[in-house]
Design a binder for this molecule. Sequence first.
Ligand SMILES: NC(=O)c1ccc[n+]([C@@H]2O[C@H](COP(=O)([O-])OP(=O)(O)OC[C@H]3O[C@@H](n4cnc5c(N)ncnc54)[C@H](O)[C@@H]3O)[C@@H](O)[C@H]2O)c1
Length: 330
Amino acid sequence: MKNRSPEGQRSRQATIAYRFDGPVAIIGAGVTGASWAALFAAHGRHVLLHDKDPERSASGIERARKHIRFLLGHAMADPYQVEAGVHALRSCATLPEAVEEAAFIQEAVFESYEVKRAVFEAVDQYAPRHALIATSSSGLSISRIQTATRYPDRCLAGHPYNPPHLIPLIEIAPGTRTAPEAVEAARRFYESIGKAPVVLKRDVPGYLANRMSAALWREAINLVLDGVASVADVDRAIHLGPGLRWAVMGPHLLYHLGGGKGGIRYHIEHLRAAKEAMWHDMADWKTIPSATAEVLEQGLPGPTEFVELAQERDEKLVRVIKALRRSEGS
Ligand SMILES: NC(=O)c1ccc[n+]([C@@H]2O[C@H](COP(=O)([O-])OP(=O)(O)OC[C@H]3O[C@@H](n4cnc5c(N)ncnc54)[C@H](O)[C@@H]3O)[C@@H](O)[C@H]2O)c1
């Protein structure tokens, strides 16, 4: 007779060996899904892309191919791996077709509990038991999404920083029912396609990167609304100052070095009063002030410049990523 006690369930789930010998299924072929497809295919993985809208599936494949050409054109991908991946890259008309043999499923559908829970429930039903299911969600809790499945142990957040085919960071977060083995397997899997994972001990809104970015952005908005500086100068103050250092090291380590021989302890003691004065003076609103969009728009370029600027951003990003790779010897 099967052991149905909670202890029995736990021990049965703990023995699952998550394996990656099969296709990668991507559910949702929008901005993020197409970029994921490019990354996995560029690393030689067999990618199956499904979107509920067949036109989005088709255009997702086209956009993925365009991203791959960009990676090849900038020597950011190995042509041999790309050849295998591009050859196998295709869309699937139905979700079961995409996931039934998948070894890893990366979900990238609309940001809604209703939509994501329904997708997780369906993926869980059709995917092999050893496959992991990762949500790309930027702001929803995997703990709440995974309760839609029979096997929540294999569900986790695998949050990319857009665009995933360029930016190395991936944030892995477990839900309350995720198996530790699943987190470890996901970390290894993402590393195998060149990602740089960080692993959260629990899921919090915004994970690490967006959460810290949101804290900074609130003050960036505040400085403009308060008339302290222009939109352009607030942006320049970040990307020509701290942004350069943050591309190399994180804030804790940088401040530790900034403290000289006394390290972070000296830094805190020495600058405590100055930092606390800044925090007292800063904005702490929880809702974005009503005029924010109008004020920021006055200092930002119009839509006609978006394509060119996005291209400039990606070209510069590639140069920074390649320089960092060279300095790390990879
Ligand atoms: N855009 C970003 O900068 C970014 C960054 C990191 C993470 N994300 C996350 O990625 C996810 C997708 O965001 P996006 O910007 O790519 O959105 P998007 O609107 O570009 O794409 C979403 C796609 O999902 C499809 N879809 C919706 N319901 C579906 C279903 N039931 N089955 C199959 N396909 C379905 C839609 O047709 C659409 O093509 C979100 O959870 C978002 O939080 C986005």
